[in-house]
Design a protein around this ligand. Sequence first.
Ligand SMILES: CC(=O)N[C@H]1[C@@H](OP(=O)(O)OP(=O)(O)OC[C@H]2O[C@@H](n3ccc(=O)[nH]c3=O)[C@H](O)[C@@H]2O)O[C@H](CO)[C@@H](O)[C@@H]1O
Length: 339
Amino acid sequence: MRVVITGGGTGGHLKVADAFIEEYSKRGIKPIFIGSVNGQDKDWFENDKRLKKAYFLETRGVVNKKGLGKISSLFQIFKAMNQCFDIFDKYDVKTVISVGGFSAAPATFAAILSWGCKLYIHEQNSVMGRLNEITSKFATQVFCSFDNKSLIRDYPVSEEFFDNARIRDELKTIIFLGGSQGASAINNFALKVAPTLKKLGLNIIHQTGKNDYERVKEEYEKMGIEVDLFPFSKEIAKKMSEADFAVSRAGASTLWELCANSLPTLFVPFPYAAKDHQYTNAKFLEDKGLCYLCREEKLNEEILIESLKKDNFSISKKLVDSIKYNAVESIVNLISQGK
Ligand SMILES: CC(=O)N[C@H]1[C@@H](OP(=O)(O)OP(=O)(O)OC[C@H]2O[C@@H](n3ccc(=O)[nH]c3=O)[C@H](O)[C@@H]2O)O[C@H](CO)[C@@H](O)[C@@H]1O
């Protein structure tokens, strides 16, 4: 009997899939991954030795499509669902864990329609994605860190963010984070405030995303400002731990990793995220006095400088209790018991 982990598209979903794969791997179990040929799924899990097998099926998003595009995407999902039935038969799959995103659709529907197969959903965000909204009614359990009905409330954050955590009692370095794909608004803001931050004697770490890296690099060079600049880093936990304050998008994985790292943050949510979920993600923390939150259109230098002057030592201390480290272990324990 095999476990299937399905879903992806962007880093936020894939990071949670990775946490599940790692936990099963620790238990000597090799799960099957089912993702899509589109999005970042292949970059993360092609040739991953922890997996029994990784399948990347022909699927793409449905929600943002209209007319014929929508029909064709739905037809692809239907075809891919039939491939999932074959995979389930071949490996006697009785447990499917979905981390959401369009990549998850075929295996999730196949799980619902397969006799004796249990579906578990991890919803990362404070507002449910469209697929999870439809399929969660059929799930044995839905796990969500923003939902007080969820059996496990802690987010599956990799241990390295806890291992590298520290209470911030001084301000030397600031990190700019744009989520898995980078954010041009955060990049532009960083470029605008960099001269002031340098005058204040602060170091800058800046993750730009792949597409904007060259432009941002040139702009810093023109200003003669030295920064630790990179498009995407596999060592983001280490980069976070070097910083004393963050300016970041409010994607769920990044948000909880910053909490795990005890790093005080000014969140600037992606304004076009479905149902404004990045805003409500960060609002959840802001209501508890655990972060600063600013709409992209209102972001300016004064807001950042004011946040830097506040009592970030207290916020950093409070963040220690905002998340526990063993969430994925607890979730997999429940799944193993069939709960
Ligand atoms: C635009 C959009 O809709 N984004 C969504 C997407 O965000 P996105 O894919 O950006 O997801 P997150 O910000 O949640 O996570 C990004 C992940 O990439 C990792 N990372 C990032 C930069 C880097 O250099 N190295 C690195 O490893 C981070 O540590 C994190 O684990 O999925 C999230 C989880 O469903 C949602 O909350 C976001 O709203």
